[in-house]
Design a protein around this ligand. Structure first.
Ligand SMILES: *Cc1c(COP(=O)(O)O)cnc(C)c1O
Length: 389
């Protein structure tokens, strides 16, 4: 860390792997090259029109211009509970078991001060959303990366956690369908994870960001569908990926009432809730017509099929995706993730994400392709990659 004003804990944050990619991209653009980004997981299509229309009305109401209720309006939390009921057949009390989040990223970052003491451990997926590790670093707590590989179908192996880590562990995070691997969990896996969390007194947090984007008829579950989950779990759901609302910042936590209350205590000291107009629009997204969601899912499925055909032709191995907007692809022999990603960028002018950015050990040897890009650009990107030596 070269900053003059920076706390020592920032030295522990991993280097930002995209910084070098951003630099190379800027240089290529400056030379007039056409760069295609399959790097970021941000839906390329706009928010659904009925949600935008609701926002336009909601923003006109002066009552919405004041501080929001930090835990979410009762109407918003009721909409979240209704979503859980309709989508998963999970019952949750909107008052005690639901908490509004300003996007799941905020909620995940605030888990650490809420549930993990300095020096204690969080069990996190061997490859996963970078905030699972970063949140702990900013909290002076520790990460234990649960092994995740093809051999265990990318189902994080919590059983492999050493006893001395478990003694000092307070939380475990899982996320299926999984970013970046696109792996999905079985009900049996969730049941084992719940039993493990109970046995070791861990709060089990399940990040369910991709529950509505799935292929081949697969329907991603909520961990709260499993028996006993409400005793030790909270789940985090978001409007971001399902409704193309990443810019709006609307999500919620649902589950164990004691944990929801604890997270609320931290949040009431940190933020002041989601803009009420956004709560009203997001409530409609969660409870209104869902046919656009299915159309988006079908669109990603078509793109997935384009990508699978191209990868097969290139002879590259990947995890078969039944959900998420990602493809998890093996780097050919002789390259590290970072080297191969740099090769694709400098020779094909296509941006993909290095696997090592999602897990220093288990992510190495892979790269991630995002399907959040127009079909014809995906086709063009693969045409270019096929020409790589
Ligand atoms: C995109 C993503 C998030 C962040 O969602 P927001 O609600 O927009 O903050 C959280 N978890 C995973 C796994 C994601 O891929």
């Amino acid at each position: 860390m070269t900053q003059k004003f920076a706390a020592k804990r920032l030295d522990n944050l991993p280097p930002y792997l995209f910084a070098e990619i951003d630099r190379q991209k800027a240089a290529l653009l400056a030379e007039g090259h056409d760069v295609i980004s399959l790097g970021i997981g941000d839906p390329d299509k706009p928010t659904f029109q009925h949600v935008i229309d609701e926002m336009i009305e909601a923003v006109q109401r002066p009552a919405n211009h004041q501080y929001p209720s930090y835990e979410g309006s009762l109407a918003y939390r009721t909409a979240c509970a209704e979503f859980m009921q309709t989508r998963f057949d999970v019952k949750a009390d909107p008052v005690t078991e639901v908490l509004a989040l300003i996007g799941s990223k905020e909620g995940i970052a605030n888990l650490f001060p809420a549930f993990v003491d300095p020096g204690a451990y969080t069990l996190i997926p061997g490859v996963g959303y970078p905030v699972y590790d970063g949140g702990g670093i900013l909290n002076d707590s520790l990460s234990w990366w649960m092994p995740m590989s093809e051999e265990n179908d990318f189902l994080a192996d919590f059983e492999a956690t050493p006893a001395e880590v478990l003694e000092k562990a307070q939380m475990m995070i899982l996320s299926y369908p999984n970013n970046p691997t696109s792996a999905v969990a079985t009900p049996e896996y969730f049941d084992k994870a719940i039993a493990f969390a109970k046995k070791h007194n861990l709060l089990l947090v399940h990040d369910n960001a991709y529950c509505d984007i799935a292929y081949d008829g697969y329907v991603p579950p909520s961990i709260l569908e499993r028996p006993g989950a409400m005793d030790c779990c909270i789940e985090i759901l978001s409007a971001s990926k399902s409704y193309n609302m990443t810019g709006w910042r609307a999500a919620f936590a649902v589950g164990n009432a004691d944990a929801i209350r604890t997270l609320g205590i931290v949040k009431s000291n940190v933020d002041s809730g989601i803009f009420t107009a956004v709560q009203e629009a997001a409530a409609l997204a969660f409870t209104g017509p869902q046919d656009e969601v299915k159309k988006m899912s079908d669109l990603y499925e078509r793109r997935r099929n384009i990508a699978m055909t191209a990868l097969d032709e290139m002879g590259l191995e990947y995890h078969y995706p039944r959900s998420t907007i990602f493809m998890w692809v093996k780097v050919p022999d002789g390259y590290t993730s970072a080297e191969y990603v740099t090769k694709i960028l400098t020779e094909a002018h296509v941006i993909v994400a290095p696997g090592s950015a999602y897990g220093p050990e288990d992510g190495e040897g892979y790269f991630r392709i995002s399907l959040a890009c127009e079909d014809d650009r995906i086709v063009e990107a693969f045409e270019r990659m096929k020409k790589l030596a």
